[in-house]
Structure formats: structure tokens, C-alpha cells
Ligand binder design. Structure first.
Ligand SMILES: NC(=O)c1ccc[n+]([C@@H]2O[C@H](COP(=O)([O-])OP(=O)(O)OC[C@H]3O[C@@H](n4cnc5c(N)ncnc54)[C@H](OP(=O)(O)O)[C@@H]3O)[C@@H](O)[C@H]2O)c1
Length: 266
């Protein structure tokens, strides 16, 4: 009750659903995003999390006003799809700047306002746990976040600050529509790229979970005395993760590629 909760990307999607849930529970939720959350203007801070000066300023403002940050949810992120070889270098920079540098900067500047009993919850993805074709940069960014979460969990153990990752499967937000789509191909990939996109798009229309389900999982970890190191949200993905743990990696990659790799070259 009455915790100070900072959520990056609280303006929409999973971040907004999470902000709403914490607010319903009586907490003060501050969102950091590039757009204002019109319904919660007073608690909406504008910053691009990949910009160090902006992050420093905003977190300092929050720290000076509220004196502490009880829970930090590193949620803001972006997606990208395409064959690694054909991705423009600026796409690499954009994704890493938001998904990795942004998460690093916000954690770095928020931590001085956090002490024993506080929590950092990083919104990773099942893409941080399992590889998939034509998603290398997104998987890279989320697996890096996943690893950094485990490292920081150990670093902060003695200070009593809990760190965990929440890894959602497919969620019904605008994330997939907004993701960077690089459909470029060449003789090496032929129609594979196009078909891999078709698979994702078809899947996108299917049954994705509501962001409120992820919000509940985030809230659940926030109220545990000690959170789990990471949790997967989405029943089928829990099962896939179990399969990945017990099957040889070569089988897992072959199977994944069969479904998601776009089939034959032409
Ligand atoms: N949707 C899924 O299927 C899914 C699955 C697994 C994991 N995730 C992860 O969950 C997180 C939230 O995704 P979502 O589905 O809720 O996506 P979303 O609806 O697109 O929301 C993304 C949020 O991040 C903010 N954001 C993006 N770039 C930013 C920047 N440079 N600086 C500050 N804020 C920024 C956006 O706000 P502004 O545009 O206002 O800045 C927005 O509030 C992401 O990290 C994503 O990787 C999503």
C-alpha cells in the first residue's frame, strides 16, 4: 500500500495495465515514456529512456519529490524482425539503445533511491529464453536483459533489494504492429523471410493473452517477500521451456526452425 512504483513504458500495453493494477491496489505509480498518459498526467513523466540526460533528470525529479522508489518495473521496449545479415546498422543501435541501454540507465539512476525491501522487476520475454529465426536482435536484447537481471540479483542480495525478470509469451498489445519489420531478402533466404513474417502475423491475429495477465504476474512478484529469479507468463510457453530444458539443443532449434523459419528457400 502506498508504495512508490516507477514503470517505464507505462503509457500503453503491459506497462499501462501494470500501472492500473498497482494504482487499484493503492500505490503511487509514476510512468516514464515518450508520450504522456492522458488519464494520469500528474504521474506521467516524459523521457526517452535511451537518453542519459533525460533519464537522469526525470529520476532526480522523482527522487526529490517522492524521496524513494519502492518498485522499479523496467518495461519499455521495442521489437524487430528480419534476417540478421540484412538488418541496417541503425536498427541494431535503436533496439539496443531502448531495450538494453534504456534498462541500464533507468536502473542505474533509480538505485540510489532504493533500499532494503525494494524490488526491480525487469520485463524480459520468452524470447530471452528461447531462440527463434529472424528475431536475432530482439532475442539478443532480451537474453541480455535476462542475464543482467540474474547478475544484479546476486549483486543486490546483501542490500536486500530483490531483482527478478518476468518473461511474457505473446501479449495482445500494439507491440507487434509497431515492431521494426525488415523484410529484405536475397538469394540466401529467398521466400523464407516473407513466410516467417506471415507465420508471425498469422499468430498475431490469434489468441494472445491480455496485458492484464502479465500485470498480475508482475504484481504477484512485487508482493512476494522474495521474488522468483524469473517467471514465464503464458501456459504453453512454460511447457515449451520445460521441453527446451530436457531436449538436446539441436532438436529444439530444428523444431523451432521448422515452424518459424519460413520453410524452403523458394
Ligand atoms: N507484446 C508482447 O507480445 C510482448 C511479449 C513479451 C515481452 N514483451 C515486452 O514487454 C514490454 C512492453 O511491451 P508492450 O507489448 O506493452 O509494448 P507496447 O504496447 O508497444 O508498449 C511499449 C511501451 O514502451 C514505451 N517506450 C518505447 N520506447 C521507449 C523509449 N525509447 N523511451 C521511453 N519509453 C519507451 C512506449 O511508450 P512511448 O511510445 O510513449 O515512449 C510504451 O509505453 C517490452 O519490453 C516488450 O519487449 C512484450
Amino acid at each position: 500500500m502506498n508504495k512508490i512504483v516507477v514503470i517505464t513504458g507505462g503509457s500503453m500495453g503491459i506497462g499501462k495495465a501494470t500501472a492500473n493494477l498497482f494504482r487499484q491496489k493503492g500505490d503511487i505509480v509514476l510512468s516514464i515514456a515518450r508520450q504522456i498518459d492522458e488519464e494520469n498526467r500528474e504521474f506521467s513523466y516524459i523521457a526517452d529512456i535511451s537518453n542519459e540526460e533525460q533519464v537522469k533528470n526525470i529520476i532526480t525529479q522523482i527522487g526529490e519529490k517522492y524521496k524513494k522508489i519502492d518498485i522499479l518495473v523496467n518495461n519499455a521496449g521495442m521489437g524487430v524482425n528480419g534476417a540478421l545479415e540484412l538488418l541496417p546498422s541503425n536498427v541494431f543501435e535503436n533496439v539496443m539503445n531502448v531495450n538494453i541501454k534504456g534498462f541500464f540507465l533507468v536502473s542505474k539512476y533509480a538505485l540510489p533511491y532504493m533500499k532494503k525491501g525494494c524490488k526491480i522487476i525487469n520485463i524480459s520475454s520468452v524470447s530471452g529464453l528461447f531462440a527463434s529465426p529472424f528475431r536475432s536482435l530482439y532475442c539478443l536484447s532480451k537474453s541480455a536483459m535476462q542475464m543482467a537481471t540474474m547478475c544484479q540479483r546476486m549483486e543486490l542480495e546483501k542490500s536486500g533489494i530483490d531483482v527478478c525478470a518476468v518473461c511474457p509469451g505473446e501479449v495482445k498489445t500494439n507491440f507487434m504492429k509497431k515492431r521494426v519489420r525488415i523484410t529484405d531478402t536475397n538469394e540466401r533466404y529467398g521466400k523464407q523471410v516473407e513466410r516467417a513474417f506471415e507465420f508471425l502475423d498469422k499468430h498475431d491475429e490469434g489468441k494472445r493473452m491480455a496485458p492484464e495477465k502479465v500485470a498480475k504476474a508482475i504484481y504477484k512478484q512485487s508482493i512476494r517477500k522474495k521474488s522468483k529469479p524469473f517467471v514465464i507468463v503464458g501456459g504453453s510457453f512454460k511447457l515449451i521451456y520445460f521441453g527446451i530444458k530436457i531436449l538436446p539443443t539441436s532438436w529444439v532449434l530444428k523444431l523451432t526452425n521448422k515452424f518459424m523459419g519460413g520453410g524452403k528457400i523458394n
